[in-house]
Design a protein around this ligand. Structure first.
Ligand code: FES
Ligand code: FE
Length: 436
């Protein structure tokens, strides 16, 4: 508690002890106080097209099985057999009427019901009540605009309430067309030696790094020009620790209308968004943010060669494996009604920029792992109070004030060169760690 109080004191002064980016005790506390109590992203409904479709995911450390049932319902269970606890489904995704446990062969249907027991009657007797041995459901499961979230806390407030102010901004991406979004292919997964908060704060609101880390992609004409337009747009600091940056095209500068998304979608944008949301989309370059704790996204136009510019939506979960390890699970999405050619190009644009070997991804990964390298070593872990072992989160503090009468909810700031939304992320993190 003394430790948390110290963090609180530093954070309110725009500083953060570096050891919070590694500390194993803090990591354990995060699993207990954050990942077992918040809404965590599991899947997009387009990944579960028909009866028997399933995907396997995680909430914190808990392996989760998400299924589509006969009646079209989506369900989620602990991916652990009720017999001895073996991992029931070991595939990433698939379609199967039933799932059979690899250990002793118990079989469950997509509703989670135990429907078959190897040599059942002979060993457990006719009277075995199979109903008692159904898979254990995730306590809370809900959807927003096709995005499926689970919560391990049965007393949690609703997903709608949790997303809160973020919905208005998320809608610009996921609710703008009649059919919503569609996941292209299966998500990619890879492990990176860093801490989940390092990556979450980067997407939440650290577009500052694009001026340096991603400068070469601007110089080559692959990415939008964040450099000469530095800071033009807004930063949003939202309830429950959510945050995002809207990078916009400044007036007088030529930029692709509606991020260069296919024209057949434009009438839908006009139909589904309100005039304020529509105006943001019209001038949007990059929409990047983080839904607390660990769901991030970026919507960014990328050149795939020549003059062609293609925009995709990349959503990603930073799954915490340990204090110095995450697994990135990364989806590429596009509006369901976009033409097939555009979808193919969007996949390509994602792969070469934000896929595991993408140019922008490589820029970031290198930095993230080095942050962890120093955060887990001796000097950065020094908790001696006489040694001011902190990092700088001061950008804009007490200097840049929220805009009055901004059309969207939450606190909006007139530039994205700010640490305000990142401090909001860390404040929510601390608040949850302090809760009993
Ligand atoms: Fe699954 Fe025994 S652990 S059948
Ligand atoms: Fe980056």
């Amino acid at each position: 508690n003394k430790t948390l109080n110290l963090i609180q004191e530093k954070l309110s002064a725009g500083r953060l002890p570096q050891w919070v980016k590694y500390d194993p005790e803090i990591f354990e506390l995060e699993i207990e106080k954050i990942f077992s109590k918040t809404w965590c992203f599991l899947a997009h409904e387009s990944e579960l097209k028909e009866h028997g479709s399933y995907v396997t995911r995680y909430i914190g450390n808990d392996p989760i099985l998400v299924t589509r049932t006969k009646t079209g319902e989506i369900k989620a269970f602990l991916n652990s057999c009720t017999h001895r606890g073996a991992k029931l489904c070991t595939a990433d995704y698939g379609n199967s009427k039933n799932l059979t446990c690899p250990y002793h062969g118990w079989t469950f249907n997509p509703d989670g019901e135990l429907i078959g027991v190897t040599a059942g009657n002979r060993i457990y007797g006719e009277e075995m009540v199979k109903d008692e041995w159904a898979l254990r459901p995730v306590p809370k499961l809900d959807r927003y605009a096709g995005l499926i979230f689970g919560n391990l806390d049965s007393n949690a407030s609703s997903l709608d309430e949790y997303l809160g102010e973020l919905k208005w901004y998320l809608d610009i991406l996921v609710s703008r067309t009649d059919g919503g979004m569609e996941v292209l292919g299966a998500p990619q997964r890879w492990v990176v030696n860093t801490n989940w908060k390092v990556t979450a704060e980067n997407f939440c609101a650290d577009s500052y790094h694009a001026l340096t880390s991603h400068r070469s992609t601007v110089e080559m004409g692959i990415s939008p020009d964040f450099v000469s337009q530095a800071g033009f747009g807004y930063q949003l600091s939202l309830n429950n620790g959510h945050g995002l940056n809207l990078v916009l095209t400044p007036p007088g500068v030529e930029g692709p209308k509606y991020q260069g998304l296919p024209e057949e979608l434009w009438p839908m944008f006009e139909r589904n968004l309100n005039p304020d949301q529509l105006q943001f989309l019209e001038n949007l370059q990059v929409h990047v943010g983080n839904c607390f704790p660990n769901l991030s996204w970026v919507s960014i136009p990328q050149s795939t060669g020549g003059d062609s510019i293609t925009t995709f939506l990349n959503m990603r979960v930073w799954r915490p494996i340990g204090p110095d390890s995450i697994e990135i699970c990364s989806w590429v999405m596009i509006d369901k009604e976009a033409n097939e050619e555009y979808k193919k190009e969007a996949s390509r644009a994602y792969i070469i920029s934000f896929g595991p070997g993408g140019t922008l991804e490589e820029d970031d990964t290198e930095i993230w792992t080095r942050i962890t390298e120093s955060s887990k070593a001796v000097m950065a872990r020094n908790k001696d109070l006489s040694y001011d072992n902190v990092l700088n989160y001061l950008m804009g503090i007490d200097r840049v004030m929220p805009i009055e009468n901004f059309p969207g909810p939450g606190k909006a700031y007139p530039t994205w060169l700010l640490d305000t939304a990142i401090r909001n992320f860390w404040e929510q993190w601390l608040k949850m760690l302090q809760e009993n």
